[in-house]
Design a protein around this ligand. Sequence first.
Ligand SMILES: O=C[C@H](O)COP(=O)(O)O
Length: 261
Amino acid sequence: MSDRTLLLAGNWKMNHDHLEAISSVQKLAWALEDAKLDGTQCDVVVIPPFTDIRSVQTLIQGDKLWLTYGAQDVSQHEPGAHTGEIAASFLARLGCTYVVVGHSERRANNDETNDVVAAKVKAALAQEITPILCIGESLEQRQEKTHVDFTLSQLEESLAGLDAAALEGLVIAYEPVWAIGTGETATAEDAAEMAAAIRARLEEKHGSALASSTRILYGGSVKTDNVAEILASDDVDGALVGGASLNGPDFAALCKAAVAK
Ligand SMILES: O=C[C@H](O)COP(=O)(O)O
């Protein structure tokens, strides 16, 4: 068993306005308490839309909840003339611990290249926000059996120009694009194979200390009834959960199942 802390991160995507966010986090906190989870067994993170973050911050700080929270994206730029973008420094002021970078829905919809993703990783790290770097192959690449090479090249290019010291604390989410929101899940062996390959490449490029401390998550149709199986490998340190994180009590049940694995 590794000494990396299990991480369950709920990416709400474009769901829940700020009022719904408050209710969802409150219910999540109560359900985690009922499940006797208190932050010593795992880290639980909610990742709401930007417009919810201030409300989530106020609730978590006001009620002294042990949950942490983050954002779904960040600008690569410093504050300035970039309409619609959100600077890493703004997220830091809102107390964000994490930021998702390079999610496949953004890579696909916004022409987000590995260069842009690398710049976003740098921008987050400069504000001491932990990036959750998303990488993963398409169905075509998996069928052609190029999935490992493709995902590792995404990894390297998305971390270009960053050394091991800068990357300390990094989280990587392996999300095969074909498994996101489809109900299709990679097998536990698929998740384990890729997590091991990612860890080996981190060791090769950045040394064993970074490789052994980096948390590697699996994402793609993770639910309460499959999370334990997916987390079976010691190389898989948690899950990035979309749909199954929207309902607080359901997400708490998933966290409980993950801890019990
Ligand atoms: O960020 C989360 C992932 O894209 C997984 O989403 P999903 O659990 O709805 O498949």
